[in-house]
Design a binder for this molecule. Structure first.
Ligand code: V47
Ligand code: SF4
Length: 391
């Protein structure tokens, strides 16, 4: 663990005075401004920004690294939108190339986890023109009737915006109805890059920044928590990233409803942006580190291992990250179809615990809201592998 002294030495031996001042701000818990954020991306070395981010991470969480036991359901990949980075969606006209799960099929997936110690189902998919709000209300009621304690984290602000416009209800009204039907929290997807200069090039037709933020604000006001993502490493400039984080930080100051910030690495396979190079591991680590420093009011920073790959995800634990999402168990096509290293993302609990222990961190199983379920610090991975509940 980095000691106070060692971080002070690192800051004072930084030759670039502006970067040194940023380090002092971090050390003194003063907020970074947008200029600081851009400067870190442009000028800071990875070891410097990494040491600062690790210092913040360890001050907040020590070695604790959270994960949860969850699974994903993607109801459909048919989508009315056509985001340039998306390798997964199919337009309604080509829907025979995609899939649409019925309520029965979704319940079949839910029931396949009976007796398994999962705590969360993550439901995210395309925006199907024929699936309306009532369909999702009925599904959630069935899920809760079958397994009341399963936390439903579902529907991005993009899916919700379309659902609510179709049902002619406001975000507040729509979310209240969904909450009553069983929705517990919102995932962070659909945020991409908020600034219109980029948004208009990569996902012009879906909900804009203000719409996305309004939906999350409305959810927070109803007492629901949510996450926030940022799709990085494509055509955006550093200042677009900082602008994105700034908008999220402002809303968080107001509501304190976000749990986790999740940077998502752009993958370039089989989409309309295949000509755009993917970011390097160095750029990835730097992004996580700057995010940890900038998002000072977000308690958690998550690396989504299916998108990054397991090894890079392990590495992020030294660059500010304190959460690795979960076991995920899924055929999560949204990532494998865009060229992520994980073709069928799923880790057993013992594999995830082992991954965290190899990075010399402390694995802690959490529920969606970060209540601790179990600390695996003193649990032997070899013993876990013999127990069916962890495999
Ligand atoms: O918004 C799509 C991303 C997101 C690509 O809240 C891509 O816990 C990279 O919401 N390269 C949806 N990313 C996923 C999502 C999510 C994922 C994990 C955890 C949570 C959470 C939420 O997937 C989309 C988009 O940004 N995505 N295509 C691609 N080619
Ligand atoms: Fe549809 Fe989401 Fe893909 Fe965009 S990213 S095309 S909204 S499924």
């Amino acid at each position: 663990m980095a000691t106070k002294k060692s971080i002070e030495e690192i800051i004072s031996s930084e030759n670039d005075k502006s970067l040194q001042q940023i380090g002092e701000k971090v050390f003194n818990k003063k907020r970074l401004n947008e200029e600081d954020g851009v400067m870190l991306f442009e000028r800071a070395s990875l070891p410097y920004v990494g040491a600062l981010a690790n210092y913040v991470r360890e001050s907040l969480h020590g070695d604790k690294t959270y994960f949860n036991r969850n699974f994903h359901i993607e109801p459909t990949n048919v989508c009315v939108f056509s985001c340039a980075f998306c390798a997964y969606s199919r337009l309604y006209a080509n829907r025979e190339e995609g899939w649409e799960l019925s309520a029965e099929q979704m319940m079949h997936i839910i029931k396949s986890y009976d007796g398994k110690p999962v705590t969360e189902v993550h439901i995210v998919g395309g925006v199907h023109p024929k699936l309306n709000m009532q369909f999702f209300i009925d599904v959630m009621k069935q899920i809760k009737a079958h397994r009341p304690d399963l936390h439903i984290k579902g529907y991005t602000a993009v899916e919700l915006d379309y659902m609510f416009r179709k049902a002619k209800v406001s975000a507040e009204e729509g979310l209240k109805i969904l909450q009553e039907a069983g929705l517990n929290s919102l995932p962070g997807g659909g945020a991409e890059i908020f600034h219109p200069e980029i948004r208009e090039q990569i996902c012009a037709d879906k909900v804009n920044a203000d719409g996305w933020l309004q939906i999350h604000e409305a959810a927070h006001k109803l007492g629901m928590h949510s996450n926030a993502t940022m799709l990085y490493g494509h055509i955006e400039k550093y200042w677009h990233r900082v602008d994105h984080m700034e908008r999220l930080r402002k809303l968080q100051d107001k509501t304190h409803g976000f749990n986790t910030f999740i940077p998502l690495k752009f993958r370039n396979k089989d989409n309309d942006m295949s000509h755009v190079k993917e970011s390097t591991v160095i750029e990835d680590m730097k992004l996580y580190a700057v995010a940890r420093l900038y998002m000072d009011n977000f308690p958690h920073l998550k690396a989504y291992w299916p998108m990054l790959g397991r090894q890079s995800a392990q590495l992020t634990l030294s660059f500010g990250v304190n959460d690795l999402d979960g076991t995920i168990d899924d055929s999560t096509k949204i990532y494998s179809m865009a060229g992520s290293e994980e073709q069928h993302p799923s880790l057993t609990t013992s594999q995830l615990v082992s991954l965290i222990k190899q990075a010399k961190r402390e694995p802690v199983e959490r529920d969606t809201l970060y209540n601790v379920i179990k600390n695996y610090k003193d649990i032997d991975v070899m013993e876990m592998e013999k127990n069916v509940l962890y495999n």
